[in-house]
Design a protein around this ligand. Structure first.
Ligand code: KG4
Ligand code: ZN
Length: 336
């Protein structure tokens, strides 16, 4: 069976073809990072306009690369939320148009659930139950993955996400988006730890809070001359604070729920320093699951794969629903 995955929830246009026997056939992505860096953050109207401009080109490239035709596709899985409404609408409209013309069933996919299940695409994957840390641009949350479609949220950010802090501070340091990537590059040149705060780190809670860290760094930047050395020290100290918080909360979750299998997903999980810190946690030895970097950040392969899982859960009973349906604030445990 061939599944077309479509991802347009934020600023990455993704198309993937997933073969349920062979795995990922192609996983194409057009990233708008350069475009939004100019504006200092993601501008929703510009994001949707660029999805619209690129999506057909990427779809054609994916078909050409895999030597497939639309009529070879058996199921369409599209990102239906959470995300930017106008961006979600582009992928959804494409899904429903193909569905209508070619009579192929389509299925809405929760983008966060797709991040969580992205570790299951690989041969080496965790058994249920495991703890998953979702750390993307818009979300920082911890959940217990009890089974496919069965998630218990055990902690989440009370304010900003970790990825958001990386992005905002990166722009203030006149670096690029995605912030975390450029912060981690410049952090290597640091010669001093500025000991930035680590909110909620010693508290007995699995929730996160990053806004105090953001304000602290805003003030630090206001009061200091931003030369290269200063930027490197800010980057290093920011990365250290965020990664230490993430690690401590994972350790606490493992202790509280007595689960020592762990997956980390979402864009921030491509951070090398975080991966190294995770692998140093002796307690989780051999039970830590990350993805290749292409599957950490937004992509359509995880959408297609989740479509496959949903298809199996629904006992292959997927209706050809042609309604243009998105849910921009779709919570992971909510029905669509
Ligand atoms: O999962 P993702 O691609 O998009 C959302 O679903 O939001 O995550 C994007 C986030 C951005 O905040 C970006 O700064 C962060 O992932 N990111 C990184 C790295 N690469 C991307 N954070 C830390 N280190 C990286 N190498
Ligand atoms: Zn994402």
């Amino acid at each position: 069976m061939i599944i077309l995955g479509i991802e347009t929830s934020c600023d990455e246009t993704g198309i993937s073809l997933y073969d349920t026997n062979l795995g990922i056939l192609t996983n194409k992505l057009f990233s708008q990072n350069i475009i939004h860096t100019k504006y200092g953050g993601i501008i929703p109207e510009i994001a949707s306009k660029n999805h619209y401009k690129k999506i057909f080109i990427i779809l054609n490239k994916a078909l050409k690369k895999t030597k497939k035709k639309i009529k070879n596709i058996n199921l369409i899985a599209y990102s239906a939320g959470p995300g930017l409404p106008n961006s979600l609408l582009i992928g959804t409209t494409l899904a429903k148009s193909i569905s209508l013309i070619y009579n192929i069933p389509s299925i809405p996919i929760n983008h966060i659930e797709a991040h969580i299940l992205s570790t299951m695409i690989n041969k080496y994957k965790p058994n249920f139950p495991f703890i998953s840390l979702v750390t993307s641009g818009a979300h920082t949350l911890l959940c217990i993955v009890k089974n496919y479609g069965n998630y218990k949220i055990i902690g989440q950010s009370l304010d900003d996400s970790a990825g958001e802090i990386f992005d905002k501070i990166s722009i203030l340091l006149k670096l690029k988006l995605p912030g975390g990537k450029y912060i981690s590059k410049i952090a290597k040149y640091s010669d001093k730890n500025l000991n930035f705060p680590k909110p909620l780190i010693n508290k007995n809670t699995l929730n996160f809070s990053f806004s105090g860290l953001k304000t602290h760094i805003f003030n630090y930047i206001k009061n200091n001359k931003l030369n290269f050395n200063c930027k490197a020290n800010i980057a290093y100290s920011l990365q250290k604070s965020i990664n230490t918080i993430l690690i401590e909360k994972i350790k606490l979750a493992s202790e509280k729920f007595k689960i020592n299998k762990l997956s980390i997903v979402g864009g921030v999980s491509s951070n090398n320093n975080l991966r190294k810190k995770m692998l140093n946690l002796t307690k989780f030895k051999k039970k830590i699951f990350f993805n290749s970097k292409k599957l950490c950040t937004d992509n359509a392969a995880m959408i297609a794969y989740t479509g496959w899982i949903k298809y199996l859960i629904k006992k292959k009973n997927i209706k050809n629903n042609l309604e243009i349906d998105i849910k921009s604030k779709w919570k992971i445990n909510e029905k669509f």
